[in-house]
Design a protein around this ligand. Structure first.
Ligand SMILES: Cc1cc2nc3c(=O)[nH]c(=O)nc-3n(C[C@H](O)[C@H](O)[C@H](O)COP(=O)(O)OP(=O)(O)OC[C@H]3O[C@@H](n4cnc5c(N)ncnc54)[C@H](O)[C@@H]3O)c2cc1C
Length: 222
């Protein structure tokens, strides 16, 4: 596991984020108790609560520079946000496709439900929002690929994509009506999966805090 540890006491460093070191440590079950947490979705990957006591980590397992672990970790945050944005857009597109297919096939009162604008417009809107989110995601990815700063763009891409993806899932569930709630049609699973992207790896609120502080230069609120 990738383990961020404090290796210099906080009183001896200038910034709280200094004096931390990153290791790629073995999960030694004699020193680590692992308790799995039950989740709403994301069942392909388990999420655990760890209790670490007296874990010995080899100096050879150090990642990056001693004392600079937090900064090393930061290098991974922007690409993670871009990746999460892509995931949200992918989920969103998949559910819009499914909903559109269903809206063409399902006949109620003698015509396909997709002929009603109350069904068609929200799907068109969800589609449009996914397209816009993708542009932002591509911009952030381009900047990252060209070794340019991309913090605000990666954050905004994740903010908009998580929103657009979840909205698309919600519309898909609604379009399928009762079947939207049933496991058989899969959209309920995408709905659950997509909900997480508004929380992790960074919440929508913390993205807005970052934009407020670092882009708009407003005083930090927390
Ligand atoms: C399935 C899953 C997998 C995860 N995997 C990982 C992982 O691999 N590695 C890892 O490090 N983390 C992981 N996380 C943790 C995830 O990054 C955090 O849950 C997320 O960043 C939110 O932090 P928190 O849970 O501590 O919420 P809190 O900080 O307790 O916040 C709770 C709520 O209050 C809001 N809030 C808090 N402070 C403010 C403020 N100042 N202004 C406005 N709103 C505020 C938050 O936005 C949030 O909505 C995972 C989480 C989940 C759900």
């Amino acid at each position: 596991m990738l383990l961020l540890t404090r290796t210099t006491p906080v009183e001896q460093v200038k910034k709280k984020t200094d004096g931390m070191t990153l290791f790629f440590a073995d999960v030694d079950r004699n020193a680590i108790e692992v308790r799995e947490l039950l989740k709403l979705g994301r069942h392909a990957v388990d999420t655990n609560m760890l209790f670490i006591d007296n874990l010995k980590v080899s100096a050879a397992d150090l990642v990056g520079e001693e004392g600079r672990g937090f900064h090393t970790l930061l290098d991974g945050l922007n690409p993670e946000r871009i990746l999460i944005a892509a995931e949200a857009i992918g989920i969103g597109r998949s559910v819009v496709d499914r909903a559109v297919r269903y809206a063409k096939e399902r006949i109620v009162f003698g015509r396909p439900i997709g002929q009603n604008q109350a069904i068609a417009h929200p799907l068109a809107d969800a589609y449009a929002k996914l397209e816009v989110a993708e542009l932002m995601m591509m911009k952030a990815a381009w900047l990252f690929d060209h070794n340019k700063p991309c913090g605000p763009e990666a954050n905004i891409a994740k903010l908009r994509a998580a929103e657009a993806g979840f909205e698309a899932c919600d519309r898909a569930v609604q379009t399928l009506g009762g079947y939207g709630y049933m496991q058989e049609y899969d959209v309920e699973r995408f709905f659950r999966e997509c909900r997480m992207l508004k929380i992790a790896p960074v919440s929508q609120e913390m993205v807005l805090n970052t934009i407020s502080e670092h882009v708009l230069k407003l005083p930090r609120s927390y």
